[in-house]
Ligand binder design. Structure first.
Ligand code: HEC
Ligand code: HEC
Length: 185
């Protein structure tokens, strides 16, 4: 993340009473329309509310670690988490899903691995559902970083560690190819 922005936002958050934390704090990085302001930050627009809510609870409980998001989520009350998750989920996704073209990315996305292919869980067009995140049109650097984190075991919050098993056999080149393919979907 942009360290200057992050440090500034932490400062702002630290001075806010809990109840003043709402989506206005979030849009600095996740965008007014839920489309992130940098490729390292995730888009939240059109992401599934169940998934967003689980991530916010995981950040709050420490099951998912991100120095910044752990502080943000800790400031939010349970009702606020629900309101904010619903608010972002209702915004239109960054891009409407295109018909996926044949490509190296498509081949990796549909190849059977641990737990099935990526497409079998995340949907043929990367649309996801409920607790399975949509990946279509997600920011490329963010996707890349998450796949590296799953592979390195730095992110561990998927049910039964399924995403760690999925990412384990992927090479750096596979991860780059997948991130490029998904962000362009
Ligand atoms: C200073 C920038 C910044 C601000 C402000 C910020 N976030 Fe984040 N957010 C991030 C980054 C960076 C990540 C990715 C963390 C990681 O690497 O796991 C993230 C991740 C998330 C995720 C997980 C998305 C996914 O696809 O898994 C959610 C949900 C989220 N933020 C919600 C919020 C909410 C709600 C707020 C406001 C209350 C907020 N964020 C404020 C930078 C920010
Ligand atoms: C058996 C089902 C399953 C399979 C197969 C699977 N995923 Fe996932 N994936 C999930 C679930 C569930 C999550 C959400 C985990 C959580 O709660 O944090 C997830 C999370 C992710 C995320 C994090 C998204 C975000 O917004 O932070 C990425 C990226 C991802 N998967 C990519 C892939 C790729 C690429 C493949 C194929 C190589 C794949 N997944 C295969 C179920 C699956």
């Amino acid at each position: 993340m942009n360290l200057k922005t992050g440090a500034f936002a932490v400062l702002v958050l630290a001075t806010l009473p809990c109840s003043a934390v709402d989506h206005k704090v979030c849009v600095e990085c996740h965008g007014e329309d839920g489309v992130a302001t940098s490729s390292g930050f995730p888009n939240l627009a059109g992401q599934h509310a169940d998934y967003l809510l689980k991530q916010l609870r995981d950040f709050r409980g420490g099951q998912r670690s991100s120095p910044f998001m752990n502080i943000v989520a800790d400031k939010l009350k349970e009702e606020e988490l629900e309101t904010i998750a619903a608010w972002f989920a209702a915004l239109p996704a960054a891009r409407s899903s295109m018909r996926p073209a044949a490509s190296a990315g498509r081949a990796l996305y549909t190849r059977t691995g641990a737990g099935g292919s990526c497409a079998s869980c995340h949907g043929d067009a990367g649309e996801g559902g409920a607790h399975v995140p949509a990946l279509r049109g997600q920011q490329m650097f963010y996707l890349r970083e998450q796949l590296l984190n799953w592979r390195a075991g730095q992110r561990n919050n998927s049910p039964g560690r399924i995403m760690n098993q999925v990412a384990d056999p992927l090479s750096d080149a596979d991860i780059d190819t997948l991130a490029r393919y998904l962000s362009g979907m």
